[in-house]
Write a protein that binds this ligand. Structure first.
Ligand SMILES: *Cc1c(COP(=O)(O)O)cnc(C)c1O
Length: 368
């Protein structure tokens, strides 16, 4: 017998009991009034959370499916797309756009850095005679643990006349985002991060300019044809069978966020980030991202000299049943990542810090 597994990875994240219970009910028919009511409630709550009048479309897919839908519904082959890349997820946008034949240009920064809006401004300026159709942005780069200045970048896109297409998978629900005030055209998120559900649903907000682009988009699509979803949404339903269990789960998790108050939820994420970072620094550990650009939901840490990431992760798993993530791609073995979004509280941070201290001790590292 051992302690319950505890996820401190950047998704999937721990799921609250109320959400698990909602998901565990027998699936109901997807054309029932009850499911329509639940879907409607989820859509209203998502729009409230994103501070927007944009349509909130519910897709049964992982987050990447919604990213692909965003491109396939607005970008034509040959269109110029600017991708802002500060890690694996920023790169994913560029690859998706390339897969659909877009002419992709990238602004790429070193891992651990964020996108400098001034560099974006210059790039857009240089292209003002032949403007970009869209700019892809990763609000919170999960692979490195930095957050970009979405508000400023979205405003630059608007001035340029480009659609802003945003991955907010690890920021939406943890950080205040005002889709309409910031002029974000398309924003994508998923169920399994700050929204505290199991993986399986993705959400895509589509504003007016996005629908305009959709009308002019000839890219082939079928399951992810968002115009179908918009039409169904008018009748509080979906074109195909959705993951009904997760729609019930989302209804429960959004109620938790409403009951807590979204400002409180955002504040908690800020506080947990500070608490974790200050404790890690006090242990003498080096953090991968500078404080001023550090993610409120994921913290990346360099292993101390002579200690491997693999051993740290193994120790946390075997001794404490706590799971943390490795780096991704070029950062495998170079950093480890602790996720702290959604159903995560002060106790969880302190527990993870203590466990990490003990494991580093086992590995011969003396914490300060
Ligand atoms: C988790 C995540 C996604 C979505 O990944 P899926 O595995 O497709 O759900 C997309 N972007 C970011 C930044 C993420 O952290």
């Amino acid at each position: 017998m051992h302690a319950r597994d505890f996820l401190m990875i950047p998704g999937p994240t721990p799921v609250p009991d109320a959400v698990l219970e909602a998901c565990a009910r027998h699936p109901i028919g997807h054309r029932t009034r009850e499911l329509s009511e639940a879907l409607k409630a989820v859509v209203i709550d998502l729009k409230w959370l994103g501070d927007t009048k944009s349509d909130a479309i519910v897709l049964t897919s992982s987050g990447t499916g919604a990213m692909e839908a965003a491109i396939a519904n607005t970008v034509n082959a040959g269109d110029k797309v600017l991708s802002l890349v500060c890690g694996v997820f920023g790169q994913r946008w560029a690859k998706i756009a390339e897969a659909y034949g877009a002419a992709v240009e990238r602004i790429t920064v070193e891992p651990g850095q964020c996108i400098d809006p001034e560099v974006v401004r210059t790039k857009l300026q240089e292209n003002k005679d032949k403007p970009f159709k869209a700019v892809t942005i990763t609000h919170n780069e999960t692979s490195t643990g930095v957050m970009n200045d979405l508000k400023t970048i979205a405003a630059l896109c608007k001035d340029h006349g480009a659609l802003s297409i945003v991955d907010a998978v690890t920021s939406f629900g943890a950080v205040a985002i005002s889709i309409d005030n910031w002029g974000v055209d398309i924003l994508v998120t998923g169920s399994q991060k700050a929204l505290m559900n199991p993986p399986g649903l993705a959400f895509i907000f589509m504003g007016e300019r996005a629908w305009q682009a959709n009308k002019e988009c000839r890219t082939p699509r079928f399951y992810f044809d968002l115009a179908k979803y918009k039409k169904s949404l008018d009748d509080d339903t979906t074109p195909f069978t959705p993951n009904v269990s997760l729609i019930m789960g989302m209804q429960a998790s959004m109620k938790l966020i409403r009951d807590a108050g979204k400002e409180d939820v955002f504040r908690r994420h800020q506080e947990l980030q500070k608490l974790l970072r200050s404790n890690l620094k006090a242990m003498g550990l080096e953090l991968f991202a500078q404080d001023n650009i550090a993610s409120p939901t994921i913290t990346s840490i360099l292993p101390p000299a002579g200690v491997s990431v693999a051993d740290i992760r193994k120790g946390l798993k075997e001794r404490f049943r706590i799971f943390v993530a490795d780096g991704q791609e070029a950062l495998v073995g170079k950093i480890f990542r602790i996720g702290h979004m959604g159903n995560v509280f002060e106790r969880d941070i302190l527990m993870t810090v203590s466990a990490l201290k003990a494991v580093l001790g086992d590995l011969g590292y003396k914490s300060k």
